[in-house]
Design a protein. Structure first.
Length: 156
């Protein structure tokens, strides 16, 4: 997208964040555009990379992945080669659902889902296997109060 998203683009994106499975017709009606105009804008947003995909929000607990852990990782290594190795290492662990390089006392933040503490322990063992980390400090979520909220595009 070469130009900045406008009001209609924001409306389309906000609606899709609420319900990505809604019909093209319903989406067009909600944002106040014709179906063709809405479709063209949607295709432009997809082609520009503003929309990277569409997904389904599942109930982790009902599916046996209700144990959520946030792990802070500190390392002594900061080379591009080490980072590439660490990225590949973490990407091979499917229970790590979010992965950030951060500033401050720690270097990385991981969001991990597991069935229970034993499941997390298995993930932890795979995380520290065959890669040198200084520390891994983990925090266990007791309750998800707000999760996967839509990005407030009109406030950006």
């Amino acid at each position: 997208m070469t130009q900045k998203p406008d009001h209609f683009d924001h409306l389309i994106l906000e609606e899709l964040q609420r319900d990505a499975a809604q019909s093209q017709r319903a989406l067009a009606e909600k944002v106040g555009l014709s179906q063709n105009a809405c479709w063209r804008r949607l295709k432009t947003l997809e082609a520009s990379g503003a929309i990277r995909g569409r997904t389904v929000v599942i109930d982790r607990e009902r599916l046996g992945a209700g144990f959520v852990v946030f792990s802070l990782v500190k390392t002594r290594h900061h080379s591009a080669d080490w980072l590439r190795q660490f990225r590949n290492h973490v990407s091979a662990i499917p229970e790590v659902i979010d992965f950030f390089r951060i500033g401050g006392e720690y270097d990385y933040l991981l969001k991990i889902v597991a069935r229970d503490m034993a499941g997390y322990d298995d993930v932890y063992k795979r995380l520290i296997e065959n890669i040198e980390l200084e520390t891994v400090t983990s925090f266990f979520a007791m309750e998800a109060i707000e999760e996967q909220r839509p990005i407030p595009l009109r406030q950006m």
